[in-house]
Design a binder for this molecule. Structure first.
Ligand code: PLP
Length: 467
């Protein structure tokens, strides 16, 4: 293989450096498309100035971002390293192998597929590889914290398969007895565990036991908690579930994309009794479900997965959890109805309608007007629509990355409370907020963001800043 300083012909390099290319790209964009350039700059600025508490998001390190702006974008191919359908893949093969090795190392997995374009694609690959249309699937109800791809009728997962949903106990915990009862009654081909809005630990061993006794495959979707799992802060499903999926832009602080991981079951025979499950996944991603891999995203996944293995990341993961616990405690003390009474991960779920008589939509909009970004979320038994909701969901991935700890969580909870206690609802969608309160909270948010900048988005900050 040629190195960056060599060319295949041994002559002078025909292109400049990566950094030069990026610089030239920004120059051209600014010259030729100032409208788009300004929009991109605005988004960059906005992210620095807000308290981002959307639990499904994080902030990619600049070294992750730049991977997606390299010439790797120009490589079109199909297949896997060493078995491509096009020439010119020597370098991208090495990149994909690196990403696979790092994914396996980060999760102590025996098999990793880094090609899924998203977490949803990763789940769809498994659904369509393991089940026939009409087969039964058992997943967590959407309003109880499940994801669209776990059997919701709004998604292909609920349209093409006979989806049965399990729910929560009155305390808001996964109702494992119900999972067991439904699994033994309906004999699903696949059970999905994992969630989008569940603040407590998931018992993967219990799910596997139920899957084994009911003859189902088990898929653990750890999209939300992948960072905690990799850091050992949440138990790992890798050797409990037959398959583990995750999206890469949430708690892995990576690019848009997905992963499929497998542990001890990688060579277990699949539904036909002979094809190993890892082979089924390999074929399921390509050619069954996807076409060309996004090699730039795969490079960015490799970069993010390298950071996940560091001691600094393990410290960050611990801070994510302690921050969320503090936020839940302080908000609970201020009289908010925190579901399950707290959290074991990065998520704090609240019934805001019961707490302050306002909908999730009003809370979301009022907080956004003060640069605090959260999301409305339906909660178990919700009578409001998905665009209105009775609940809100908070997450600490980005605040912890900024280096905020207990003291700052108390400040964040105080800022939220100042807004949410002052909001006057005008129906489900509209509200009034005193302009003086809005301005003073927005100023305090700005000060907090300046004091705790996004690492490396502004000079002088780093991941190691202690909680
Ligand atoms: C549990 C879970 N699975 C899958 C997904 C989908 O991931 P993506 O947005 O990459 O398709 C999400 C995203 O919100 C999620 O929360």
């Amino acid at each position: 293989m040629t190195t960056p300083s060599q060319t295949p012909t041994g002559g002078d390099a025909a292109t400049g450096s990566l950094a030069g290319l990026a610089r030239r790209g920004f120059e051209l964009l600014q010259e030729q498309d100032p409208q788009l350039y300004e929009l991109l700059e605005s988004e960059n600025r906005r992210q620095g100035e807000v308290l981002a508490m959307v639990a499904a998001s994080s902030v990619a390190d600049p070294s992750v971002l730049v991977c997606e702006g390299t010439a790797t974008v120009n490589v079109t191919t199909e297949g896997y390293p060493g078995a491509r359908f096009h020439a010119g893949c020597e370098v991208v093969d090495a990149i994909e192998r690196l990403a696979v090795d790092r994914a396996k190392a980060a999760f102590e997995a025996s098999y990793a597929n880094v090609q899924p374009h998203s977490g949803s694609s990763a789940n769809a690959v498994l659904l369509f590889s393991l089940l026939q249309p009409g087969d039964t699937l058992l997943g967590l109800d959407l309003d109880c914290g499940g994801h669209l791809t776990h059997g919701s009728p709004a998604s292909v997962s609920g349209r093409y398969f006979d989806a049965v949903a399990y729910g929560l106990t009155p305390e808001g915990l996964i109702d494992y007895d119900q999972v067991e009862e439904l699994a033994l009654r309906h004999r699903p081909g696949l059970i999905i565990c994992g969630a989008s809005a569940y603040p407590r630990r998931i018992d993967f061993a219990r799910f596997r036991d139920i899957a084994d006794r009911s003859g189902a495959w088990l898929l653990a979707d750890i999209s939300h908690i992948a960072g905690l799992v990799a850091a050992g802060v949440h138990p790992s499903p890798i050797d409990h579930a037959h398959f583990t999926t995750t999206s890469t832009y949430k708690q892995l602080y990576g690019p848009r994309g997905g992963l499929i991981l497998m542990g001890r079951d990688h060579d277990t025979p699949g539904p036909d009794g002979k094809t190993p499950l890892s082979r089924l996944v390999q074929r399921g991603v390509f050619p069954y479900f996807q076409g060309t891999p996004n090699l730039a995203a795969i490079a960015a996944k490799a970069r993010a997965l390298d950071k996940v293995g560091s001691e600094a990341f393990r410290r960050l993961a611990r801070r994510i959890v302690t921050d969320a616990a503090t936020l839940a405690d302080v908000l609970g003390d201020k009289g908010y109805r925190v579901l399950t009474g707290g959290t074991d991960n990065h998520i704090v779920l609240m019934d805001i309608l019961a707490s302050r008589g306002i909908t999730g939509l009003v809370a979301e909009k009022a907080l956004e007007s003060c640069n605090i970004i959260i999301n409305k979320n339906r909660i178990a038994g919700d009578r409001k629509s998905a665009l209105v909701t009775s609940g809100i969901r908070l997450g600490t991935n980005s605040l912890a990355l900024r280096g905020m700890g207990e003291v700052e969580m108390r400040r964040c909870a105080g800022l939220m409370d100042r807004v949410l206690s002052a909001v006057q609802a005008r129906g489900e969608r509209d509200y009034r907020l005193d302009e003086g309160i809005r301005e003073s909270v927005a100023a305090d948010v700005r000060a907090l963001c300046v004091q705790y900048p996004l690492p490396d988005y502004s000079p002088g900050a780093d991941l190691d800043r202690g909680p």
